[in-house]
Each structure stands twice: as structure tokens, then as C-alpha cells.
Ligand binder design. Structure first.
Ligand code: GUN
Length: 285
């Protein structure tokens, strides 16, 4: 039987409508939630992601400011810009678009953003809070994935989850969030031996390797929930995921498409974090 497609675009629209109502209430309380996105250089993928973030902010009524600097910006100059936004009460979310040019230390940048405005959920304080299951900013792609699984009523507790990929942005935190939901989590990566012996045992399979069509139908357990985080551009210009979609849809019970799956939900969770940040500010937390 063909898998049910988890439509990230549709789920995003529902969530964005809910967020728009929350923003209305915050505005009635006298505050405009505002996000600043800081970009250094002209990475085309980053510019495309930022267009999506701006569109989402506009849809839900959140203020959006882009600070776009040339590749030549020094680390010190960037840290000063971040500090100025840390101290600016008009802004509730700060996002520095990654990757950064090689001369800028990403760790220094992430650690300079105030944990109270870290809507990416990348600051070590927020990562620590996530690991201990506290209320905090959750990283957007992992949080979006959990929302997508929950949206179709799939029980996470007790399930075997296999995460393929161990990046700090997706692989590691999505495993942690699913562990927080009481799944049994296995991480696989480029050094894993006999990868398919793990993936074939997964009730929920998260593919976040960044390699086009890496996971085949034969690697998937019949009836599994398959979440495809990959965004790979083929020579033809077409976008494709880490999973062979046409094969997976014959094996899985639920499957996320690329595009239109995890991507829109990531952006929606960024808007969610910005709105939550503004609410906390208003409540004086
Ligand atoms: N580059 C690719 N994905 C992300 C993300 O989620 N946040 C930031 N800041 N940069 C990214």
C-alpha cells in the first residue's frame, strides 16, 4: 500500500494561521515581535532560505530585518552587530545564517547570541536545556520533525528510531527530542558498519545525511515512518531528498516529500520560536 504523504506545506499553513492569531494578541499587549537575520556573504542557498524566512514572518505579522554584510566583514564586527541586537529590546529573535565565511569562528558567533534571543536553539545553554527536557528554544528542523510525526497521530513512545546523520543542527538534536518523547534512538553516520541492518529495524527513520537518494526502498522496514531531511540539488536543477521517494512510498506507512516536507516546517518553527520569545519578553520572564 502506498505511504501517506505528510504534507509539510499544509501543516505549516495551519501552524502559521495559529501563530498569526498569537501575534495579534501580542500586538494588543503593545509589542511587535521582531526577528533579525544576519547574513555574511552571498551564499545562494542562504539567500533562498532567508527569502522563505521573510515570507513566513510577513505571513504571520512578525517584523523582519535583514542585516546583509559583505564576505569581508570581520569576526569582531559581526560579534559587535550581535551584541547590539542582544541589547535592543525591539528584537526578540536573532538568527545568524550559517555557514559563515571561513575566517569567522562559528562557535564564537553562536555563543555570543543571547540565549534569550537564540531562536535557532543553537546556543549551548539552550542545547543543554533541550537535553534535560526543559522549556526552551528547540532547534527548528528537529522540532518541526516531531510536529510532523505527531500531526499524523503516530505514537513515538517505545518506537525504534534510527537517525542517519549526526550534524549539530539536525541529526544530534532530532535524536534527543525523540528520546525525550520516549523513543529508543540509534544514531548512524558515515562510519556505521552495515547501515541497512539498522535502518531496516527502524519504526521511525530520519534521513539527514545530505546525499541524494541515499536510502533505498530495500533499506526501509515495511510500515515505517520515513522523514526525509535531505535537500540535494541534482545536476538537472531538481531538488531531491536523501530517500528514493518512489521506492520509499511503496514500503513506508508515512513519508515526507522533498520539497514541501521538512523545509516549510523548519521555517514555521523559527516563526514559532520568535513569537514565544516575544511572549516571554512581554511577560517579563
Ligand atoms: N543554515 C542552514 N540551516 C540553518 C539553520 O537552521 N539556521 C541557521 N542559522 N543557519 C542555517
Amino acid at each position: 500500500m502506498a505511504a501517506i504523504i505528510i504534507d509539510g506545506k499544509q501543516l505549516s499553513t495551519t501552524k502559521r494561521n495559529e501563530l498569526a492569531k498569537e501575534v495579534e494578541q501580542i500586538k494588543e499587549g503593545g509589542l511587535l515581535p521582531k526577528l533579525v537575520v544576519i547574513l555574511v556573504g552571498d551564499n545562494p542557498a542562504s539567500l533562498s532560505y532567508i527569502r522563505g524566512k521573510k515570507k513566513a514572518a510577513e505571513e504571520i505579522g512578525v517584523g523582519f530585518q535583514l542585516e546583509h554584510y559583505p564576505e569581508s566583514l570581520t569576526e569582531k564586527e559581526l560579534l559587535d552587530v550581535i551584541e547590539s541586537y542582544n541589547n535592543n529590546d525591539e528584537y526578540h529573535g536573532i538568527l545568524v545564517q550559517l555557514p559563515l565565511p571561513a575566517h569567522i569562528d562559528e562557535t564564537a558567533v553562536v555563543e555570543t547570541i543571547s540565549p534569550l534571543k537564540d531562536v535557532d536553539g543553537f546556543h549551548p545553554v539552550n542545547i543543554g536545556r533541550m537535553m534535560t527536557g526543559q522549556d526552551t528554544f528547540l532547534p527548528c528542523t528537529p522540532a518541526g520533525i516531531v510536529e510532523m510525526i505527531k500531526s499524523v497521530g503516530v505514537e513515538i513512545s517505545g518506537k525504534n528510531v534510527v537517525v542517519v546523520g549526526r550534524s549539530n543542527i539536525v541529526g544530534k538534536p532530532v535524536g534527543q527530542l525523540l528520546l525525550n518523547e520516549h523513543a529508543t534512538v540509534t544514531y548512524c553516520h558515515s562510519k556505521t558498519q552495515n547501515l541497512s541492518s539498522y535502518t531496516k529495524d527502524a519504526d521511525i527513520l530520519v534521513a539527514a545525511v545530505g546525499r541524494a537518494n541515499f536510502i533505498k526502498g530495500e533499506d526501509i522496514k515495511p510500515g515505517a515512518v520515513v522523514i526525509d531531511v535531505g535537500v540535494n540539488r541534482l545536476d538537472t536543477g531538481k531538488l531531491c531528498g536523501d530517500v528514493v521517494f518512489d521506492e520509499a512510498k511503496e514500503v513506508a506507512s508515512y513519508l515526507t516529500p522533498v520539497p514541501g516536507g521538512v523545509g516549510p516546517m523548519t521555517i514555521t518553527m523559527l516563526a514559532h520560536n520568535t513569537v514565544q520569545s516575544a511572549k516571554r519578553f512581554l511577560e517579563g520572564k
